[in-house]
Write a protein that binds this ligand. Structure first.
Ligand code: ZN
Length: 175
């Protein structure tokens, strides 16, 4: 019977080999934002369209396309992210970002462990709220194992940082 780690590896490789929402959008109306992770040489380009940026946090991601190149972690994370954020409001995207980053950082304290403690600790994160309880990360859960390799965390979060940069740019330019 395959273990959870094998399942996670399958999901990551599937997104790497068949990236979702891969491509480009016309700019404008789409915004184009680039992100780089010099540690690994990863590059992510995000094309993003909101239904109405003047709605602020309630604006909806109506289209997103991902370009760029890099390692399997960076590219699969961006692919999963694109699926997850499509059709969501900016507020929800921010919640997902928080949840994803908290999943990444929780485990930073467990480096060197076998992961079992980390799994048990997920529901008991210290802090005001536990964002990962409020939202479902879906396939993104597969990246949980990345935290055992701290140098790869920047690979996994590159797409999210680039997306949030894109959202900031869109909201600011609409004012
Ligand atoms: Zn990388």
């Amino acid at each position: 019977m395959p273990g959870l780690e094998d399942l996670y590896r399958e999901i990551i490789l599937d997104h790497y080999r068949s990236p979702r929402n891969r491509g480009e959008l016309d700019t404008p109306p789409a915004s184009r934002t680039e992100g780089f992770n010099p540690l690994c040489g990863d590059e992510i380009v995000i094309y993003l369209i909101l239904d109405d940026p003047s709605k602020g946090d309630q604006a909806i991601v109506t289209d997103v396309k991902i370009g760029g190149q890099g390692c399997s972690i960076s590219q699969s994370s961006a692919s999963m992210m694109s699926v997850t954020v499509l059709g969501k409001t900016i507020e929800e995207v921010h919640q997902l970002t928080q949840a994803f980053k908290s999943m990444m950082s929780i485990h930073e304290h467990d480096i060197g462990g076998d992961g079992s403690e980390a799994e048990a600790g997920v529901g008991a994160v210290s802090g005001v709220e536990n964002p990962s309880d409020a939202v479902s990360l879906g396939d993104l859960e597969a990246l949980r194992g990345v935290v055992k390799f701290p140098v790869r965390i920047k690979c996994a979060t590159l797409g999210w940082n680039t997306l949030n940069q894109a959202l900031d740019d869109l909201l600011n330019s609409s004012v």
